[in-house]
Design a binder for this molecule. Structure first.
Ligand SMILES: *Cc1c(COP(=O)(O)O)cnc(C)c1O
Length: 374
């Protein structure tokens, strides 16, 4: 049996252990320390735009804190892109607030501007103006940034930009992770760079950044004794793990290049197959191509191909199942147009790691060609 080819596995750059060793030598084995500060500085200078970063234990924690910073509480409504990973929406529920899901468009597979505006108008008519909008750059492809942010600003609703999959992507030369009033990154093991587990909250507002840090470190007031006037969270990133992040930042551009090159190879070799359709970058869009995905002609072909690859020890995965189709959110309001459920039925993500060898990529390409007998 051939060795397993994974969808997206961690890819160390080589400098990570030096930073980890430093943490051990100096005994900074804690959820604070020089690696955490250094990693935050690295993120800030990479993103630019006067970004302030707070490194946290996960991307999910970052979304939770972002919602708290916006004052979201019980029974408030928050609009969320339906086509996403559950972590985009679950923190809304942690707070007793209500998600309202909005379907996708076909250009980037992300939140549809038309449906977003329709949802906002309808919620306002029902006297439930949404308190925030969570947008997502799926698989690294930026959403329709200009249209979405225009609508949000017309209705004065802040955007939480879930950029968990899009570090290294950009729109009009501005990096993803800098568009939201608050933005969120993830460094989970399968993301474009990783700290094994981790996340960050990004904002241009210095006082918001200070507030995020305060909430993520148990909301301890400025007093010698442990004094608390707010409920806090233990969400900071460990100084050991931030060491991995520092090493990973040194190779981020390379990782983006490698993933884009994977996409290009797959595209060049497979685009001629009638039943496969890739998602091109619209003008001014740059995707980090975190995962290479394509659409098949039907759910039957998608599932047939997925199982065929599995038998050859090649991991592949359907596109995210929309939140409005999930049992946990079956009673949530949803503004739908059929796009995200169609993408879910016909879409497949194939191995996309930056550490894939040429042989492995050729194995995937050959397997897909064999499945279609071309
Ligand atoms: C990975 C991911 C998250 C959550 O990040 P974690 O660090 O795993 O908690 C949130 N949103 C999206 C779209 C993701 O892909």
């Amino acid at each position: 049996m051939n060795s397993k080819i994974w969808l997206s596995s961690p890819h160390m750059g080589g400098k990570e252990q030096q930073y980890i060793n430093k943490a051990f030598e100096t005994n900074w084995i804690a959820p604070l320390g020089p690696n955490v500060t250094g990693f935050e500085k690295d993120l800030e200078s990479y993103l630019g735009m006067n970004s302030h970063a707070t490194a946290l234990s996960s991307g999910t924690a970052a979304i939770h804190i972002a919602l708290i910073l916006l004052g979201i509480g019980p029974n408030d409504e928050v609009i969320c892109q339906s086509k996403t990973f559950a972590a985009s929406a679950n923190p809304i529920t942690y707070l007793g607030a209500k998600p309202v899901f909005v379907d996708s468009e076909t250009e980037t597979w992300n939140i549809s501007p038309e449906l977003l505006e329709k949802a906002i108008k309808d919620r306002i008519a029902k006297n439930k103006k949404p308190k925030a909008i969570i947008t997502v750059h799926l698989y690294g492809m930026p959403y329709l940034v200009a249209d979405i942010h225009k609508i949000a600003s017309d209705y004065e609703i802040p955007i939480i930009e879930d950029s968990a999959e899009a570090l290294g992507s950009s729109f009009s030369n501005q990096k993803c992770g800098t568009f939201g009033f608050i933005s969120v990154l993830s460094f989970n093991g399968n993301k474009i760079i990783t700290t094994s587990g981790g996340g960050a909250i990004i904002t241009k507002d210095k006082s918001l950044n200070e507030r995020a840090l305060f909430l993520a470190t148990q909301a301890r007031d400025n007093a010698a004794e442990y004094h608390h006037s707010t409920i806090g969270y233990n969400y900071r990133m460990s100084n050991v793990l931030a060491g991995i992040g520092r090493g990973q930042m040194k190779v981020l551009d390379e990782r983006v290049q490698q993933r884009r090159s994977n996409y290009q190879t797959y595209h060049d070799q497979l685009n001629f197959i009638d039943k496969i359709a890739f998602l091109n970058e619209p003008p001014n869009y740059k995707s980090n191509r975190w995962l290479t995905c394509f659409l098949l002609d039907s759910e039957k072909t998608r599932e047939g191909l997925r199982i065929y690859l599995e038998k050859l020890n090649i991991e592949s995965r359907p596109l995210w199942k929309p939140m409005h189709l999930q049992p946990i959110y079956k009673n949530s309001p949803a503004y739908t147009n059929g796009v995200s459920s169609d993408l879910f039925k016909r879409g497949l993500c194939i191995p996309s790691g930056s550490n894939l060898t040429e042989d492995e990529i050729n194995r995937v390409i050959l397997a897909i060609k064999m499945y279609f007998r071309v």
